[in-house]
Write a protein that binds this ligand. Structure first.
Ligand SMILES: Cc1ncc(COP(=O)(O)O)c(C=O)c1O
Length: 400
């Protein structure tokens, strides 16, 4: 058994990594601890490094085939093992990322002017994915009830029956982009919630594009349910976007898997993305396969370390910075912080975190209007780094 040491601090500076090397420019501060983009500061699982090295030794790096059989097999087996979901390897489409896939999906299944639903505060590229393709955001904003985010199902239903001065408008809501587990609020949607969303969205003839990239990053007691497993009808009207990239920290290797059970939807998707993006990279495919086949030992230890980081963060805020409330996550390593009690507006809060605390966070307002007054912190790092960041926030809050 390999024991991973997630406590070791390894410098990533000057490795052309966005998280560290772009941080001084992004936050306007040289001495900043970057805790923004969803990227981990811990080394990857050994079998992944070994598989990449082995492939690199075969010194031919030409065009790959879209999806090697052994990689498809690793995906099929993982879906069966994790979710008891039997998928046909032909349903799998490899893309270089989930965001390019979301773009292709909006392009493939909508026409400019259509409405696409999402739930703010939400992973900010969702806004541009919809708007850059000429569609309008139909925002089914989540609402915070106590310390847990909930879905407004009446509002979701209303997206399909818009009324203007009592006159029903033609229904042009074609798609919903779902985020499950949800970034940034950390909810892992339950079977009941998914069923209700599906009944409304699919029931009204729209397509569900389910971004499940964080599906293996779960805290204890939570279970991920792929949307397409809920019913054959849901499967035939949905795209499930997954990857090894978030779970195993492989975002720089460009490989994601989009599972599309419906042949017509799949053909349309493939046709749309043709010439716009490659399938993936040769190293991405190798890493994905190694991660899915041999990564579980690492993942188990990583998730246990994340639980420790979360406990540390929650205790710290409760004890030392009670004005900032932690929204307890069910999944992801991105923690949503309610900073409204600090009494700062969006600009002031951003300046405060960047220049007073010198901690590089994702500012809530970029996730949509419901994110104003919140900040998102990435805790996928050695605990000592997290503690230093928390200390910086504490000192800055004390000086307010
Ligand atoms: C919900 C969600 N979708 C997609 C992505 C990025 O996907 P990719 O790098 O595969 O384009 C992220 C990254 O943080 C994310 O949080």
């Amino acid at each position: 058994m390999t024991i991973y040491d997630f406590d070791q601090v390894i410098s990533r500076k000057n490795s052309a990594c966005a998280k560290w090397d772009a941080a001084p420019f992004i936050f306007g501060e040289e001495d900043i601890i970057p805790m923004w983009v969803a990227d981990m500061d811990v080394p990857v699982a050994q079998p992944i490094t070994e598989a990449i090295k082995k492939r690199a030794e075969h010194e031919f790096y030409g065009y790959p085939i879209p999806l090697p059989e052994s990689t498809a097999d690793a995906v099929v087996q993982r879906m069966k093992r994790k979710y008891d979901w039997e998928i046909d390897p032909r349903w799998i489409v490899l893309t270089p990322g989930v965001v390019p896939a979301l773009n292709a999906a909006v392009k493939a299944y909508t026409t400019p002017g259509d409405n696409v639903i999402h739930q703010d505060p939400v992973y900010y590229p969702f806004w541009s994915v919809i708007q850059n393709n000429g569609c309008q955001v139909a925002n089914n904003a989540l609402h915070l009830s106590g310390d847990r985010y909930q879905i407004d199902f009446d509002d979701l239903q209303s997206k399909f029956h818009p009324l203007q001065q009592m006159v029903p408008l033609p229904q042009r809501t074609r798609m919903m982009i779902l985020c499950n587990p949800h970034n940034p609020v950390g909810r892992v949607w339950t079977r009941d919630e998914l069923m209700q969303m599906g009944e409304i969205v699919i029931g009204n003839g729209a397509i569900m594009v389910s971004d499940e990239i964080h599906c293996e990053l779960l805290f204890k007691g939570h279970q991920h349910i792929p949307f397409a497993t809920l019913s054959p009808e849901f499967a035939q009207n949905s795209l499930i976007c997954m990857a090894a990239s978030k779970t195993f920290n492989l975002a720089g290797l460009d490989a994601s898997i989009i599972i599309i059970p419906n042949r017509k939807l799949r053909d349309r998707f493939n046709e749309t993305k043709k010439g716009m993006m490659p399938s993936g990279s040769i190293f991405g495919v190798v890493a994905l396969e190694a991660a899915f086949n041999y990564g579980d030992e690492w993942l188990e230890q990583f998730l246990s370390y994340m639980q420790g980081n979360l406990d540390c963060l929650m205790t710290y805020f409760e004890k030392h910075i009670p004005k900032i409330k932690v929204i307890k996550p069910e999944g992801t390593y991105l923690i949503w912080l309610d900073c409204r009690e600090l009494g700062l507006n969006s600009n002031e809060l951003m300046t405060f975190m960047n220049h007073e605390a010198r901690v590089g966070l994702d500012h809530g307002f970029v996730f949509g209007p419901s994110g104003v007054g919140f900040e998102r912190i990435n805790i996928a790092c050695p605990r000592s780094l997290l503690e230093t960041a928390l200390d910086r926030i504490r000192q800055a809050v004390a000086a307010l």
